[in-house]
Each structure stands twice: as structure tokens, then as C-alpha cells.
Design a protein around this ligand. Sequence first.
Ligand code: GLN
Length: 492
Amino acid sequence: MTDLHRLSIRELSEGLKTAQFSSRELTEHYLKRIAQIDPKVKSYVTVTAEQALAEANAADAALKAGNAHALAGIPLAHKDIFCTQGIKTTAGSKMLDNFISPYDATVVAKAKAAGLVTLGKVNMDEFAMGSTSENSYVGATSNPWALDHVPGGSSGGSAAAVAADLAPIATGTDTGGSIRQPASFCGLTGLKPTYGRVSRFGMIAYASSLDQGGPMARSAEDCAYLMNVIAGHDAKDSTSINKEVDDYVANLNGTAVKGLRIGIPKQYFNVAGLDADVKARVEESLKKLEDMGAILVEIDLNMTEAYVPTYYLIAPAEASSNLSRFDGVRYGYRCENPVDLMDLYKRSRSEGFGAEVQRRILIGTYALSAGYYDAYYVKAQKVRRLIQQDFLKAFENVDVIAAPSAPTTAYKIGANLSPTEMYLGDIYTLAVNLAGLPAINAPVGFDKDSLPVGLQLIGNYWSESQLLSIVHQYQQNTDWHTKRAAIAEENA
Ligand code: GLN
């Protein structure tokens, strides 16, 4: 079969169960595509071919014995922020260029336990700080829809790998949009779950009160399959919530679109810098949902202007604390020939971290320092609470809230936006993390340059099933999610 990469997760699961093809064949098919096509996309940092084939053989044995999990034998790629035992985990940083974790992240362990096959680790902005994946020490990843454009970030490798059909599904993480924005830039479906739904154990920390892992895939249905594997309580993550996990696949048709109240924040559609094509595609998708029976309700989210400044104080503050562990002593990069301890710290950190990471450590350290702590950090925490309350008030009147995932489509590689320009591009995604809410991106068409546009739906706490179900039904009635970049059409 030459078109195994065309199949959805449900089709792959059925094909494996009924022995139409083996996991070994499927895995070899993907490895061949990676070898041939990924040099143009550069989504993988590490390809784990040998381990993948061994896992595929084990899955085939389980499938034969009839005791396999629904996803056994299906390949996936992990963002290089999830620790993988025995395999390098770099977080896109020179600091961790030689880091091999002694244990698996819970997300990785759960995927393994379900029999999923790890194809490798995919590229990302260094320590998940960025929106283009250009901040990776291994270099930029290309957007499969236009190779001279970025795939978004920070989970740009995950998005590019799936959009080029170099993995059927991938894991990502989202601290301020890093699942939703690259999904938007690459025409994919990506879900950022409620804070605490997916374990952060073994996921290299950027901003611990905001970080959350989730699935990136071609459709809501594919995301639901991966969510069924990775969601759940984990005693090893103190912020993981001990709450029953939905069967996201069984619930795919569980939410009625008819009568669904979708809030349209006035402030969101008047943002300076909102691209006209993005606005038009998002509005068309909302019209489609309205045709399917949804009710569009204009709402106010008055805190919109506070999103970017609040996030860009809290996230760097937490990052400066989290990244203090990289001191050149315990693990990670160490400079050559330090003359004394201070020199060891200074040079290891200056040489090991890239420019954006250093900028954030400086901002965060400043915001946390005595004398500025109350004015910046404490103030930002208070505003964070107001942002959350703004959403909760809105949810008294609507079921979900609609927004673009990003104000623009993908930028050119090397566009070299200033830090503030780059940060402003995160306007639609940051507040969801500040409030801890779940949100999903769905592809809803293309701009004049044939680059994908994404619709974001934000739900109340624990509404992952609802979000997946709405997007699933939208995808049953539209075909945007079935469109493939030309490079994905290439057969290896
Ligand atoms: N672009 C945002 C940032 O740079 C969000 C990144 C993320 O979600 N990891 O912080």
C-alpha cells in the first residue's frame, strides 16, 4: 500500500485489527517518508527508527494475540520537550544537546503502554519560547504549505510533521498558544486541554502554571483518539486533577450544535493587525456553524488589552525560576575550562541558552526581584484573576467562545519580527492559558497565498469532549481538514 499515510487514526486502527497491513509495514512506510521528505521540512530532531521497528513488532504480536489497545501499532511523533528514556531530549536548546533522560514523561509512558510507536522527536522553539520554531538551536522547520514559511511555534515540528504526513499524530505543548497557533499555521486540528488534564511529569517546564500537553492531528476525531491515551490523573504531577476522564471518541457526536450558543467577543474582531483574510475565513466558519444550528451571540471580553502584558510578565517570571536549574553543574551544557564557579555559571548559561531564552530570563528575574515584585509580578497575578473572571462571566451566557487562533497566517522564515511584534501575534491564545481553560484550533480555509487559517473555540473547564465534538461535526460538514499540502502528496 502506498497511501497508508492517507488513513485516519480510526482507519489505521481498523486496518491493523483486521490485518490489512501490519504495524511494521505502517512504521516502515512512515520511516521511508521521513527519510525522503523530511530533509525539505526539517521537522524531526531525532528519528528513532530502530526503536520504532521494535515497538512495531511488539504491537504486531499484541494485535495477533488479540489483546491490543485501540491505538496499538500506530506511529506518532513527540515534541522534543517530553522526556524519553534512552533517547535525547533537547527542548530545542544547546543547553540539552547531550541530555538523555533516565525516565519517560507520563505522556510518553502512556503512549508506549497503549502500544503507539514512537517515530522520533520533533523540533520546537527553545524551551517552548516562541511562535515560529526558529528559536531552535538545530535551526528552523518549514511550513509544509510553503517551505519558505514558518510552521508556527513552539510546537512547529509537531505541526509540520503531521501536515507533511510524516506522522499521523503528534504530541505538543501549549503555554500560551503553542499547540493552537502551529495547528492554525499548518491547517491542523490541535487541542489545548484544561490545565491539569494531561500530566506535566517529564515535560520540560517553561511556565509551570500555564504549561499543558495535548494532541495535534488532522482532525478532531484523530485528536480524540490521542486524548483518550494521554489524559488522566497522575500522582507524579501535583497539579494534575483527579477527575474522571471522558471517552473523547465515544463523545464525538455528544454535543448538539443545534442550539449551541457561541460567543463572539467584540474586542477580538477589532484587534489592530487582524488580517482581512483570516477575519473573513473565521467569519465564514461561524456562518457555517450557524447554518448547522448554532446561535451566535456577541459578547464582551473587556480584559483583552491586558492579555499580552500579563502573560509576558508571568511566563518569563516562571521561566526564570524553572531555568535556574540549568547551571552547568548538574546536567546540560557546561562551558570549556571555567576559571572559577562564577565563570562556570555565567558562560555555561550564556553559551547554552539562545537569545530569546536569555531575554525572558532577564525579564522574569527583573519582575521577581525585590522592589519590583509587587509592581510587576503580584500585579500581573491580580490581572490574571480578572481575565479568568471575564471568561467565567461570559460562560454564564454562552457555551463556547469563538476567536481566530492567530491574527495572521504563517510568516516567512527570517521575517525577523521584533520581540513585541512577535508577542502581539499571541493575542488570541494567551488568555486561555492564564485562565487554565481548554481550547481547540480547527482549519477553516486559506488566505490569498493559500496558507491555512484557523478558528479557535474556547470552552469552559473540562469541556474537551464538547470542543472535540463541535469541531468533529463541523468537519463532517466541511472538507478543510482533508486538504493536504503539495509536499504531503509526494509519495516516498
Ligand atoms: N508564543 C508564546 C511564547 O512565546 C507561547 C509559547 C508556548 O505556548 N509554549 O511564549
